[in-house]
Design a protein around this ligand. Structure first.
Ligand SMILES: C[S@@+](CC[C@H](N)C(=O)[O-])C[C@H]1O[C@@H](n2cnc3c(N)ncnc32)[C@H](O)[C@@H]1O
Length: 180
């Protein structure tokens, strides 16, 4: 299970403790957060967390083989609210194309954001990608599943009155699929 952008890692450590049968690879560029998560794992005696130091795109593209992931979690990625910065957002068609090759069929893709225009963008690009299917019959957002704790960044958003949306999609096999 790959988690991209775990921040200070509190939610990651909680999920790892609650689900010892799942091995979590958590990647972030933020060094103090990496130290914090390693320390939480150590103190909690958690053996199912590995921490990656660096850019998730490089990890996905250069270090993970096709079909190697049972799931992907992206919780409160940087929203980049200004229009000229939208291209910096993580959840884009190109990223999904790369992620799709690393996720095995049936893998769950779970995103959450407190920035509503980004939530709409996530829904649009995930729905448009032939390699993913919405787990919601109504094709919309999902309620926060019980396994996802509130995150630090989410708490800050809620304090500002932001609305949080979760998205739960499944990796589906499709014709013409290529692993590259
Ligand atoms: C807004 S914070 C959210 C942190 C945490 N998920 C939470 O909800 O509290 C986004 C995180 O994504 C990380 N990040 C941004 N781009 C990244 C990338 N390309 N690869 C790995 N981590 C990234 C940032 O360093 C930051 O810790």
């Amino acid at each position: 299970m790959l988690e991209i952008g775990f921040g200070m890692g509190e939610a990651t450590a909680q999920m790892a403790a609650a689900d010892p049968g799942t091995n979590i690879l958590a990647v972030d560029v933020h060094t103090p957060g990496q130290g914090n998560l390693l320390s939480l794992a150590d103190r909690g005696g958690l053996t199912n967390i590995r921490v990656g130091n660096g850019d998730a795109i490089i990890l996905l593209r250069e270090m993970l083989p096709p079909d190697s992931l049972a799931g992907l979690r992206v919780y409160f990625p940087d929203p980049w609210p200004k229009k000229r910065h939208h291209k910096r957002r993580l959840i884009q068609p190109e990223f999904l194309g790369l992620a799709a090759t690393r996720l095995r069929p049936g893998a769950l893709v779970h995103c959450a954001t407190d920035w509503e225009p980004y939530a709409e963008q996530m829904l649009e690009v995930l729905t448009a990608h032939p390699g993913f299917a919405n787990t919601r019959a109504d094709g919309g957002f999902a309620p926060r599943p019980g396994f996802r704790p509130l995150t630090r960044f989410e708490g800050q958003g809620l304090d500002k009155g932001h609305v949080v949306n979760d998205l739960l999609f499944r990796r589906v096999q499709h014709e013409g699929r290529r692993n590259h």
